[in-house]
Design a protein around this ligand. Structure first.
Ligand code: C2E
Ligand code: CA
Ligand code: CA
Length: 724
């Protein structure tokens, strides 16, 4: 069967009405036919009776005897009787038929009316369905991804093509007012004459200047796009506009309007206009966010891999490149070296001459590093006064030479404070080589730290490499030993959850807890997750850790539910391994069932970098998780610009903004803008935000003013063995 469309519905309606008309016609015909027959029969009877009566009249003239006449009359009457009978029967029959006809007519009329009504309603819904289908087709195309954000102008053109199918408007426009300038983007959907275009430009810029409240002579910047090549139009008559305004984006100080324009010849139904408005409303969101995002995105992209102070790459980038370099050097049998620099007693510089002076010194150090290094090498700032350098295709002797040169050049720099005071610095350097000293990322990093530590120990201002065999054994054992220790601790139930409260920003009350793993050492010390989580992941112990924590944490929650009132909500960290394996959900579901804890009380936290790994799996995992009633949060959000993409694709319930940004919002303008933007964006997408690492009241106030939903941090509550 073909799909029902407005077109074939109308065809069908015509057909059925045709059949109804035919029915009425044949009904009327039979009716008339019956009446005619009955009249005919009566006429014939009448004539026959008249003939007989005339014959009776003549009997007397003919001299027929009374007796014979009586016989004749009675015989005639007998002969006439069936005629009368027939007439009566006919009358009865006709009467019955008339009743039937009347009834049929009523039924037919009713059916016709009902049919008309139904087909009218059907046509209505079909129009709606049609419109809605086309509308949803347009909306489907509007998926915001990173590329689309940066190329929003081209992206708009794509949407317009499908939008135009629904409603053949003449042009589409977007206007933005920023710093008293008007930017106007006009998209033509047909080939118009220069005259029409120039009229459009004039009308739109005039209208937009007044609608956006700009001064009449505001500077104007018009960009025009030809979306489709259709017939050439010489005139479109008066122009009508449908506009919607872009919500003010305070962050980038932007106001805007967008809309469609169409010639006066076109008439719009109410339905059409409302569909157009709803599409425009979505486009407003796309355009508004795209415009705002494309401005901050390039910044974000830059600062996700760079250190804002010196402009060098940051730790994150260093780690990525190191991993890459290990792989590359393995394949090509190259060697390479890492230098780890730490400025000696730099804290004194800050304390004595002040932070601005310290910052200026760090910038100069960065410049010097770049001066000395070859192209292809990588200098990064990985901490306050720590710099890591990757020397590609460099062996031990080459690396030693570079390190020595750096040490000397840095010693030479004369730093000057604004008040004219001068000072000098020295540097300690650890050095390690691949593959001679170590063959994987974590051994390289442990080794270079040992080197740096040794350089400091030897009196600073020096360079140290891994010299002795014991150093090498220390690296190798370091993590492996650690992993064994962890394995044992897991087995002996010495890894336990601590609970850090998460507060509702509006009410100031505790709203949930995040569980954080702690290791109880045999000597009674407690080790934070930060000290062992890397080893856990590296040696594939993530699954065991998560299960141990989940089991323990749910038991604590259960106890609390029985003894104290709310909040009964737990945020639980998941390791990358669990997301791949997905067994955790079944495990968690079963635990919840056994303990009578509703899954809605559990929010799983997934690290941004883990979420990014495998989209398809991730999506499946999350769908599964939702079905079971759990929620989830994206942890450390903002540490990569890719986050936007995933935010959109994976629709999280909560987003935890990376504490590394949060803690700095008062000192760093960039971090403040970043956090505010992330917060705004999540709000627009309807995702709740949590800020972690709230370390002071001032930071809390600032976050509150940004509209963050929830907060946690040392200022508000430390992780404790109980839900305090
Ligand atoms: P995370 O999920 O980002 O957790 C926040 C970390 O910051 C915790 O460190 C917490 O103690 C610390 N923290 C909380 N408030 C503040 C603050 O105001 N300032 C500062 N500077 N830090 C604060 P922790 O417990 O050492 O955990 C480190 C990471 O280990 C966690 O980062 C999480 O990714 C992971 N982790 C912790 N517990 C588990 C677990 O049970 N399973 C898994 N898979 N990972 C876990
Ligand atoms: Ca977390
Ligand atoms: Ca975090």
């Amino acid at each position: 069967m073909n799909a029902l469309t407005t077109h074939n519905l109308e065809e069908m309606r015509q057909y059925v009405l045709g059949r109804f008309a035919a029915l009425f016609e044949s009904q009327t015909r039979t009716h008339l036919f019956g009446a005619n027959i009955s009249e005919l029969v009566r006429a014939i009877h009448g004539e026959a009776l008249d003939g007989l009566q005339a014959t009776f009249g003549k009997m007397d003239e003919l001299g027929i005897s009374a007796q014979a006449k009586n016989v004749l009359v009675s015989q005639l009457e007998q002969a006439i009787a069936p005629f009368k009978e027939l007439d009566r029967t006919l009358d009865l029959l006709l009467e019955e038929r008339r009743r039937q006809w009347r009834e049929n007519e009523r039924n037919l009329l009713r059916i016709m009316l009902e049919f008309g009504q139904i087909s009218g309603e059907l046509a209505g819904t079909l129009v709606e369905k049609d419109l809605l289908e086309r509308q949803s087709h347009v909306l489907e195309n509007i998926i915001l991804s990173h590329e689309k954000v940066t190329q929003w102008k081209a992206f708009i053109q794509e949407i317009l093509t499908s939008f135009h199918v629904i409603f053949p408007f003449d042009f589409f426009f977007i206007s933005f007012a920023q710093d008293n300038n008007l930017s106007l983007y006009i998209y033509y959907l047909n080939n118009y004459s220069e005259e029409i275009k120039s009229d459009a430009r004039m009308k739109l810029s005039r209208d937009m200047i007044s609608s956006l409240g700009l001064p009449p002579g505001a500077p104007l910047d018009i960009e025009e796009f030809q979306v489709m090549e259709n017939d050439r139009y010489e005139s479109i008559g008066d122009v009508n506009l449908i506009t919607v305004s872009v919500p003010a984006l305070e962050v980038v100080n932007l106001a805007g309007l967008l809309g469609v324009a169409y010639g006066s010849a076109q008439q719009l139904t109410v339905q059409e206009e409302s569909v157009i408005r709803s599409i425009l409303a979505v486009m407003v969101m796309v355009v508004g966010s795209s415009k705002a995002l494309s401005q901050t995105l390039s910044e974000l992209e830059y600062y996700s891999t760079h250190d804002p102070l010196t402009g060098l790459h940051n730790r994150r980038y260093f780690n990525d490149m190191l991993e890459y370099e290990v792989g590359r050097s393995e394949r090509h049998k190259h060697e390479f070296a890492i230098l780890m620099l730490d400025l000696d007693n730099f804290k004194d510089v800050n304390d004595t001459y002040g932070h601005p002076c310290g910052d200026a010194a760090l910038k100069l150090v960065a410049e010097k590093l770049l001066d000395v290094m070859r192209k292809g090498d990588l200098a990064t700032r990985i901490g306050g006064d720590e710099f890591a350098i990757l020397l590609t295709e460099t062996g031990r002797s080459g690396a030693l030479a570079v390190a020595e040169k750096l040490r000397m050049e840095l010693r030479e720099i004369q730093f000057e404070c604004t008040d004219g005071k001068v000072f000098h610095i020295t540097t300690s350097i650890g050095l390690i080589t691949f593959p001679e000293d170590a063959k994987n990322v974590s051994d390289l990093m442990t080794g270079v730290d040992i080197g740096l530590y040794r350089a400091k120990e030897m009196g600073k201002d020096g360079i140290a490499t891994l010299e002795s065999a014991t150093d090498h054994i220390r690296i190798g054992r370091n993590t492996r030993d650690h992993a064994e220790k962890l394995r044992l601790a897991l087995k002996e139930n010495r890894v336990v959850p601590y609970f850090q409260p998460i507060f509702d920003c509006k009410t100031g009350e505790i709203w949930a807890y995040e569980t954080l793993a702690r290791l109880k050492e045999v000597n009674g010390e407690t080790l934070s997750a930060g000290m062992f989580i890397e080893t856990i992941e590296k040696y594939g112990l993530g699954r065991e850790l998560d299960r141990a924590i989940l089991k323990h944490a749910l038991a604590v929650l259960k106890e609390r539910m029985e003894q104290a009132s709310g909040p009964h909500r737990l945020f639980i960290n998941l390791s990358a391994q669990e997301i791949q394996g997905r067994g955790i959900l079944g495990f968690a579901e079963q635990l919840c069932q056994e303990m009578c804890i509703p899954p809605s009380a559990i929010v799983f936290e997934i690290l941004e970098r883990d979420a990014i790994g495998d989209m398809t799996n991730m999506r499946k995992f999350l769908t599964n998780l939702r079905e079971k009633g759990f929620s989830f949060a994206l942890d450390d959000f903002g540490s990569g610009y890719n986050s936007f993409h995933y935010l959109r694709e994976l629709s999280f319930d909560f987003v935890k903004i990376d504490g590394a940004f949060v803690r700095n919002i008062l000192d760093s303008k960039i971090d403040r803008i970043l956090v505010r933007n992330l917060c705004n964006m999540c709000q627009e997408l309807g995702i709740k935000t949590i800020a972690e690492f709230v370390e002071s009241q001032e930071v809390l106030e600032e976050l509150r003013s940004m509209g963050i939903d929830f907060v946690q941090g040392f200022h508000l509550g430390m992780p404790l063995p109980r839900m305090a």
